[in-house]
Design a protein around this ligand. Sequence first.
Ligand code: TC6
Length: 292
Amino acid sequence: MALLAGRTVLLRAGVRLGAEAATRGGNGARRFASHRVLVEPDAAAGIATIKLKNPPVNSLSLEFLTELIICLEKLENDKTFRGIILTSDCPGIFSAGLDLREMCGKNPAHYAEYWRAVQEIWLKLYLSNMVLVAAINGASPAGGCLMALTCDYRVLADNPRYRIGLNETLLGIIAPFWFKDNLVNTIGHRAADRALQLGLLFPPTEALQVGMVDQVVPEDQIHSTALSVMSQWLAIPDHARQLTKSMMRKATADHLIKQREADIQNFVSFISKDSIQKSLQVYLEKLKQKKH
Ligand SMILES: CCC/C=C/C(=O)SCCNC(=O)CCNC(=O)[C@H](O)C(C)(C)COP(=O)([O-])OP(=O)([O-])OC[C@H]1O[C@@H](n2cnc3c(N)ncnc32)[C@H](O)[C@@H]1OP(=O)([O-])[O-]
């Protein structure tokens, strides 16, 4: 069901697979990349590093999400890879979260298509059989935080500007129940209750304290730390680790899978409200004016 729904998204979004480059890397691994999703394979280690490259802020547009979904499907089906390091190619930004322009001034069919893609990326990441390590090398609000939360381990670069959290309430919107579930599973109910209501964005020290991330390291050590964490996780036999991961996560994922269509309808009717559209426009305007 999830897969079929995801395929619909891919076709509708009309991403040109022909635009992707497929070459052989020095280690013989198939290297593939799209415009916005760079994949650096290390076949010998069984690890692929995905670098998000949708400048300026890696906002999750429909096209970007679609490319990421295709990339994850390919890696998941390629037995060469057992682990993914998820990081950013945009200096100082991991991801600014959902692309606000996809949620403003569009029609209900567009909102529905967009939301299906957001659900799909979450399900793909959260239920991946591979080990996922987030190397968070920049600010990570809202949807950016959500992607990091799907990973098995989070390393954050030590820079006070790199704040992470689900800040939806600050935009006048509400984190969906499955964002909430993922956060509760990570930091516990009390901390999630406070973080969600206040829309808290945690700087590194606080993020570590609350359990939003597992490790904070100097920025120049982020990739080496992610690699060393990955090797610990890959030392565990895949079948045992994968079944354990599924046991821990299935109920949370099923919560969404069982009501995907209703969740889409909820999102469409919520986001289409005049008051919500106004809040989002005001927020986008503020972001634009911040520079001037
Ligand atoms: C129910 C729904 C659940 C929702 C979940 C979400 O994820 S909601 C999402 C919640 N996300 C947030 O609340 C994060 C909002 N973003 C930020 O807080 C900051 O941009 C930053 C800290 C990520 C980077 O700071 P920085 O000083 O390095 O960069 P900058 O601020 O100067 O921006 C550069 C350009 O990017 C633009 N743009 C930025 N974000 C978005 C976006 N999401 N989308 C589209 N565009 C965005 C910005 O307008 C500007 O455009 P311009 O003027 O060039 O045309």
